[in-house]
Design a protein around this ligand. Structure first.
Ligand code: NIG
Ligand code: FE
Length: 410
């Protein structure tokens, strides 16, 4: 048998395919080789079963390490300007996230900095964060707008994401989150801003293909289910997916709305009930466990990951990286925290940053290592997959391959 090959990853101690086979479903193969051609996986398997002569083909030596599908961070606010260290310190002195938001801080304080930034400046501010993500083995990142909060500035944020997708090895997936906070121009009238998003922003975003999904923050002081429903329905009519920030600080009905609209994902979920969990499971909404945000905000109750999984929900794990509630780009830390805070098994946490994160983004071409899928691979100096969620803040990839090319090496 002759196989075309552009790159061969050999000397893999443990290949973690995530294809659902094996006792824990991680699809592990020891002493493996992966053959890549034209950006896709051409073959994978045991070295002893190699179907073709790979001499003369460029090689990456995994040096006996662990190979994972490129990791996927399916919920982030990674595009922003400035930081909010001052608010972190204020919260440490006793103020709450909701109090700071009500006093005009929080999301709105980042808005001021973002409105003053060009798409190029936003992309430049974001690039070092993406570099750190790539260095840990992350190859796909969802990125939300939501700090512009005007038609022009939300479009600027989406343009920044487009620039980053073109310039950075990481594959970026843009989401319109214009309904993230009520802009000062619509103070006290969240409905009016949702109506403007629906009439002015969504058609433009769809026409220019600047986002693949529309998201909303359903919370007291942000948007209600009634504010959000017509906007999300319009987004669906325009061919966009729906996502929801639901039940983070209180139970407002965002999870049930996500289920009703067949959202791709619902994130946070600290305050979901068993009834909500059953609705999410039945509708196939992927539940995003955002553990860094949960522990970053003092006094937050744990996200009930175990309850959600036992109700039949598919769980993804993401960083939610943002300057207010999750100032960390470390997806593997989030996965580790999902284990200890929310009762996920190590294997569930690992599926949450690969297979199930791909599902949260509507992808069927990544998150798993299988013939024909994108050749996005992360190579680690590790023996067992569980090490990735166990060595907190301490894991980086030795080599990262994106679309069949070496994109990072340490
Ligand atoms: O996902 N919950 C709302 N949005 C973000 C926080 C954004 C911010 O504070 O800047 C979140 O946690
Ligand atoms: Fe978020």
């Amino acid at each position: 048998m002759t196989l075309w090959a552009s790159l061969v990853v050999n000397n893999i101690g443990r290949l973690v395919t995530m294809d659902g086979s094996g006792a824990q479903g991680l699809g592990e193969i020891e002493d493996a080789v992966v053959i890549i051609d034209a950006g896709r996986i051409a073959w994978l398997g045991k070295k002893s079963e190699l179907p073709t002569d790979t001499r003369g083909v460029p090689h990456v030596d995994a040096k006996g390490g662990l190979v994972m599908p490129g990791l996927i961070d399916c919920h982030t606010h990674v595009v922003f300007a400035g930081d909010r260290a001052d608010e972190f310190a204020r919260r440490a002195r006793g103020e709450s996230y909701a109090q700071i938001m009500a006093a005009g801080g929080g999301i709105r304080s980042t808005m001021t900095k973002v409105r003053a930034s060009s798409p190029e400046a936003l992309a430049a501010a974001t690039t070092p964060r993406l570099d750190r993500m790539l260095a840990r083995g992350v190859t796909t990142v969802e990125a939300k707008s939501g700090y512009g909060l005007s038609v022009a500035s939300e479009l600027s944020m989406l343009e920044a994401i487009k620039l980053l997708d073109a310039a950075h090895p990481i594959s970026l997936v843009p989401t319109l989150l214009a309904a993230h906070a009520v802009p000062p121009e619509h103070e006290g009238n969240p409905r009016a801003w949702c109506e403007q998003i629906t009439s002015d922003l969504l058609p433009e975003v769809a026409r220019r293909q600047l986002a693949s999904a529309c998201d909303v923050f359903i919370e007291q002081g942000a948007f209600s289910v009634e504010d959000a429903r017509p906007m999300l329905e319009r987004a669906k009519d325009l061919g966009l997916h729906v996502r929801v920030h639901a039940e983070q600080l209180s139970r407002q009905g965002g999870a049930q709305l996500a289920a009703e609209l067949g959202a791709l994902s619902a994130g946070h979920l600290e305050f979901v009930t068993e009834d909500d969990a059953r609705a999410l499971a039945k509708a196939g909404v992927v539940c995003e466990v955002l553990s860094i945000a949960q522990v970053f905000l003092r006094g937050q109750r744990p996200i009930p990951g175990r309850m959600l999984a036992d109700a039949g929900c598919t769980l993804a794990v993401a960083t939610d990286v943002n300057p207010g509630t999750a100032m960390s780009t470390d997806l593997l830390l989030s996965a580790g925290l999902a284990v200890t805070q929310s009762g996920l098994t190590a294997e569930e946490a690992l599926k949450g940053i690969t297979l199930h994160a791909a599902k949260a983004l509507g992808f069927t071409d990544r998150g798993v290592i299988a013939p024909g899928l994108r050749a996005d691979l992360a190579i680690y100096d590790a023996t067992h997959a569980a090490e990735l969620v166990y060595r907190w803040g301490d894991v980086s990839a030795r080599t990262v391959i994106v679309n069949g090319r070496v994109a990072h090496t340490r």
